[in-house]
Write a protein that binds this ligand. Sequence first.
Ligand SMILES: Cc1cc2nc3c(=O)[nH]c(=O)nc-3n(C[C@H](O)[C@H](O)[C@H](O)COP(=O)(O)OP(=O)(O)OC[C@H]3O[C@@H](n4cnc5c(N)ncnc54)[C@H](O)[C@@H]3O)c2cc1C
Length: 1014
Amino acid sequence: MAALATEGDIRRHAETLFAAAAGASPRLFDRKWWTGRLLEWTIRDEAFKVQLFRFIDVLPTLKTPTQIQRLVEEYFGQETAPRLPMGGRSLMRWGMRALSASGFGAGVTAETVYTQALQMANQFIVGAGIKEALPVLAGLWKRGLAHSVDLLGEATVSEREADAYAARYQEALTALADAAGDWRASPVLEADHLGPLPRAQISVKLSALYSQFDPIDPEGCYTAVAARLRPIVRAAMRLPVAVTFDMEQYAWKDLTLEIVRRLLTEEEFRAFPHAGIALQAYLRDTDRDVRETIKWATTRGCPFGIRLIKGAYWDYETIVHRQRGWPVPVFRRKTETDACYERLTPLLLEHADVIRAAFGTHNLRHVALALAEAERRGLPKKAVEIQMLHGMAEPLQAAVTGAGYRLRVYAPVGELLPGMAYLVRRLLENTANESILRQQYLGGQSLDDLLRPPTATDVAAGLIPAHLQREGVNPSPTAAAVAGEGSLQREFEFTNEPHTDFARPAARQQMRAALGVMRGRLGRRIEPAFPASPGVKHSVLTSRNPARPVEIVGVVTAAAPGDVDAAVARAQASGQAWAALPSTDRQAVLSAAAAVLRRRRFDLAALEVFEVGKVWREADADVAEAIDFLEYYARQAQKVAEPIRLGREPGELNHLLYRPRGVAAVLPPWNFPLAIPTGMVAAALVTGNAVVFKPSERAPVTGYALVEAFREAGLPEGVLQFVPGEPEVGRRLVAHPEVPVIAFTGSQAVGLQIIEEAARVRPGQREVKKVIAEMGGKNAIIVDDTADLDEAVAGVTASFLGYQGQKCSACSRVIVLDSLHDLFVERLVDAVRSVRLGFPEEPGTGLGPLIDARAVQKVLEYLAIGQAEGTPVLLPDLDHRPGPNFVGPAIFTGIRPEHRLAREEIFGPVLAVLRARDFDEALALANDSEYALTGGVYSRSPRNIARAREGFHVGNLYINRGITGALVGRQPFGGDRLSGMGAKAGGPDYLLQFVTGVVVSEQTLRRGFSPDLE
Ligand SMILES: Cc1cc2nc3c(=O)[nH]c(=O)nc-3n(C[C@H](O)[C@H](O)[C@H](O)COP(=O)(O)OP(=O)(O)OC[C@H]3O[C@@H](n4cnc5c(N)ncnc54)[C@H](O)[C@@H]3O)c2cc1C
């Protein structure tokens, strides 16, 4: 191995570049330009920065000058300020001043705002289309700059869009190669140490080539992506044009690497020497990925490019991984990223015989490092390529070309709409505290500062954005936030059980193995031990796989209505000792049950796949939620365990105590066959009640798994009675005089019946029954004219299709503002059509079967109703379905509020689209329902978001996200109106429904003396 470059070498190169670049300022930071002035304001005020970048993001969707003016006012005007939690005042002060100082703001026409934003975007984007870009690229070439064209686009949410993207790449390849043929020869740009280089290069994002790009299904993704990629690479080889594969989010990293390596190993592409990939030094994995890629390239025996960059999604990765409770894959400190970059630079150059190394950076030290390392190895100048983004660090770009090195700029081509997302990323990057450009051009850092090696320890906490600062690599956010807050601590220690990350091969492997094991257990016989009830005949419940109804998942001996009395009596008898235990003992049983579920996690998810037809992620999420309920209620129970002292007056001692109610009946549905019963059973048990649990007759095997888990966790015999059975068993339970509390989740019809039945006081009954009823929903999502369409389409698709629409939280109405109705519907229909219908055990399946033939029948009836009431824009293909219970999705437009499709809960993949003139009407339509469970809004208008917060009447309102998947402790769940009664599940009030409050007031004054007089 050659000696590494010394600090002296780096400094020598850096000084030359620095001197050459001296005096010039990149246009972005140039105060003569309004972008420079604006950026200066953003750096001074974080709140203003957030508003400005959000405004820029929404700007291209605004159609009229009035709309633009309205949004300027909403983002920067007086009205906004008081609503902002932080920085509101300063925002108002800075905001309007900054805007007027830079040309935006009060009195400025919408046209000016638009033009100026366009100008700002154009600084980074080389053209709206490839034709417009060609002259700019020719100009760059003339100035000695090569390019890599990136085709900006909206997220690919449908297969049609993936085809269109692939066609755009093809078009760009041909146009580029054609045009480049006329450019004058440039020895520096046209050859490196391994041979000639094509004049043109494109950067390709694999996620653009397949709408269902998802690491859960690498094989399916390979097939789909490779089908679109092969013609592109074929054309690139023929023309030739070099191709570099961009690296996107971490979740897609391994899949991207795998697809690229696998495709380029195919015989046809093995000898293509102008392909490469971008690898991100901010990832902990990258060290290993670089080494593996070098090894792979060596075996392949053909030059391969590695573009070493640091990565563009640091905030995103940090936030998303923390939200999900997954290890954060990026380094926490900028210096660690820098150190990784510095480790990998020599490594790449060391393998210059097979690796075409490119260094994508605007960091003076890292450019100098690459040059110095190449020099140390005796490599010619042409063996090192520096890359920068178009529109950034122009003085450094000029210095690098001036020094005789090849410089390539990343040249985005695209319309304003996708361009703005790119622009916001660049602005964020340039204004980040850690940005080297900001430090150099706005921070006025000296050369010494700029060249300080990353091992220095002085770059710590202060440079990490405040909102991301708290934790280390694998944080548990709430725990750290409140550590040390005394008695509340235990409650807050709760963190959600992370969902399985199916991007990990080990997780996929475990799930496959569990599915195999479960398949082997199909048909198993379950005989719960019923108390011997003389003369009672027991039938069976046969649980079938909804995807293949001939397959029997389990046969469960059913309780008969006549067993109910005995079950209640047993529960009552065993319940007394249970109620007398210290609360902490009961809490411990819940935690132990959580541990059992954790251990059986994949088995249980696999069982759900077979018993209720959930796809992998849905099944996994249900098990995680069950664990959450156990852990959360175990902690919450402490709040009702100890007497609460009320009042402080001397001479009296007032205590509020909570006592269990007795026997709780738990009647859950089949659609969350583990989580919902676990929540209800756990809440009842931990507060000291005994439980009679009747699982849904459509999911008795999963229900039994819960009973087994509690048994294994040490729950005393008899406290949890399992009575699988037909609805009559449930009715007997509800009517039983010794059952004072009923926890039900299910349809509105049954829920209302239960409430009515429970209200009747029967002979021998001593308590008014308490009913907790979670019922249905007719949930709406509003998409307004400022919505991010990519997100709205993806969010509505997921909320509508998740578990085939069989969630009470599912989206079944979407209310779209006139101005974007048609475009939205077109993209939505394509997106929904692109989701794969199939068997849930296949990882690539997005849409599985309905639960049974009855559900299918109901959906078919609504398809007929929908066709009579509205216009079908998507109908299922009933002639081609994998099995009798499969019904593909349907979407109807032209639905009006009085239509049945707009009012009735269907519980299947049928979506009603309603049109609204404006946000007021949209909100009125959304609220025009007897249900009020979940609701959502996609909007980037601060005013509309505020109005939805105040006036959208639902139990759970979601803004700019999907409306399903509520998390225990973070989004306690439950509806209003006829959607339900009772406190929210997974929230702080839930347990109170299973206890009765008792106040004990003792007069402590005796003979004129009381112990508490201070
Ligand atoms: C030609 C080219 C192609 C590109 N292609 C891609 C691509 O495919 N995928 C992609 O993601 N990006 C890509 N980028 C963008 C690139 O990642 C950024 O431009 C780059 O991160 C800026 O780095 P720098 O060396 O110029 O700046 P510097 O200011 O030296 O470094 C900024 C980097 O440090 C990271 N950082 C900031 N704070 C921290 C912290 N606290 N802890 C750890 N790290 C931190 C930032 O995330 C960023 O990556 C490309 C850039 C170029 C020039």
